[in-house]
Design a protein around this ligand. Structure first.
Ligand SMILES: [Fe+2]
Length: 235
């Protein structure tokens, strides 16, 4: 597909079925409404596509410490998540807007639609919006999320994971994905993670544990916002 951009034109490569997740995941009803049922339509780029979130002051950034917003520290294993945001050539995407959400250490989201019979934690706030620094990096202090059962399924439990939504320099550069934790047995059984056919692409969705001294376990992760090496979209 070729788009005209001013006097230039570039080719949007087709979605890589090997490294991107299947559009509709069997057994996970919500995916049918999250993925387009029609092929992509050709459309010229305008100001809505060629501007980015930094132009909008309404999108305020938040605290990068989800575990430290209550009267006491949130329950759970304290972790630091260091994420680098890069483009398809590996260059840092400074200023990328990164929205993050995950459940608490009992597997409960801070969301009214979460019917999981697990306790809320009044000291845990499960979402953040951060801007990548000049090296394209963000660092989140939080607690490790727990596994949780997926409603109306036959024994499917989501492994511990963190959701990310990333805007790059323009609104078109958007990635919605999930980060998983190494060594989790549920990773092998997760319908979302295993909707990515390529083992190397799946491995790229799993953070790297970095042993080091300190009060929190440290994980590093990389997100590629778009292009031939784009991180799998995992809505
Ligand atoms: Fe989730």
């Amino acid at each position: 597909m070729v788009y005209g951009v001013n006097d230039m034109a570039y080719v949007v490569p087709p979605r890589d079925a090997r490294t991107q997740s299947a559009g509709v995941v069997a057994g996970y009803a919500q995916t049918a409404s999250r993925w387009p049922a029609q092929p992509a339509a050709r459309r010229p780029h305008g100001i809505s596509e060629l501007t980015g979130p930094r132009a909008f002051s309404r999108l305020k950034t938040t605290s990068a410490d989800l575990a430290g917003q209550g009267a006491r520290r949130a329950l759970g294993q304290l972790i630091d998540v260091r994420v680098s945001i890069v483009d398809e050539d590996g260059a840092p995407v400074s200023g990328a807007l990164v929205e993050i959400w995950h459940c608490n250490a009992a597997g409960k989201y801070l969301h009214p639609n979460d019917a999981n019979d697990a306790p809320a934690d009044p000291n845990f706030y499960g979402a953040a919006r951060l801007a990548a620094d000049e090296r394209g990096r963000i660092e989140l202090r939080t607690i490790k999320p727990a596994a949780y059962p997926v409603p109306d399924t036959d024994g499917w439990w989501r492994p511990p994971h963190i959701h990310f939504s990333v805007w790059g320099r323009v609104w078109l550069s958007r990635l919605v994905t999930q980060m998983f934790f190494p060594g989790e047995p549920l990773n092998e059984h997760d319908h979302i993670l295993n909707a990515v056919p390529d083992p190397a692409a799946r491995a790229g969705c799993i953070a790297r544990f970095v042993p080091q001294a300190g009060s929190a376990l440290v994980y590093e992760h990389q997100l590629v916002v778009r292009g031939r090496n784009a991180s799998p979209g995992l809505p």
